[in-house]
Design a protein around this ligand. Structure first.
Ligand SMILES: [Zn+2]
Length: 200
């Protein structure tokens, strides 16, 4: 079974790794591979879906409807989160073109923390989409390497206890400023890593 090679990636926690050159992010457990260009195309299609959902809602409820459908609200939230992730991602592509981080295989860049946070929200919203059953909705996060029915065993999906402890140790130093200035963001992005590091 193929497994991912993380030697050319900078990680921040157990669920986010950005490849040098910044065009690819591996997100989630199980992991999904996201490319910047594909996400940009996906955003264009998503904005089109928002427009279609809006027209559908107007045709059902009329122009003067004061409320929006659950479908429309959810799609709009997803589009806004994705736009935010893409804005930060584009920024990081410009700054870090073809450069590895100064810390080996670890990113001390706050933008990676913010992108991870935006992807977390996106992933939660995608679960909402599944729960409310929006027709023809295309998923952004697609689990990889699952064709044969087995689970991915890459470093992100199945990290060793040592790797987790090392990541948590580095995160506390590299993102000390995040912890100090925006503790809620630090908590959202790193609490699972801390939990794993103290229980594995
Ligand atoms: Zn994996």
């Amino acid at each position: 079974m193929p497994t991912r090679d993380f030697s050319e990636f900078d990680l921040i926690n157990e669920r986010y790794a950005r490849r040098w050159g910044s065009q690819i992010i591996i997100y989630g457990r199980p992991c999904s591979s996201l490319s910047y260009e594909a996400c940009k195309d996906y955003a264009t299609r998503l904005h089109r879906s928002v427009d279609q959902a809006r027209s559908r809602h107007i045709s059902i409820s009329g122009w003067k409807a004061r409320t929006e459908s659950k479908e429309l609200i959810t799609l709009k939230l997803i589009a806004a989160q994705l736009d935010e992730a893409l804005r930060l991602w584009k920024d990081i592509i410009i700054v870090k073109k073809n450069r590895a981080s100064c810390v080996p295989n670890y990113s001390p860049d706050i933008r990676d923390v913010q992108i991870c946070d935006a992807l977390d929200s996106l992933s939660m919203l995608e679960k909402t989409v599944e729960a409310i059953g929006i027709p023809h909705h295309e998923r952004l996060f697609i689990d990889q390497y699952r064709d044969d029915g087995t689970e991915c065993e890459c470093r992100q999906c199945a990290p060793s206890a040592d790797e987790i402890r090392q990541l948590w140790f580095t995160a506390q130093i590299a993102h000390a400023e995040v912890a100090q200035k925006t503790p809620a963001l630090f908590e959202r992005v790193f609490s699972e890593l801390r939990r794993l590091a103290t229980t594995l």
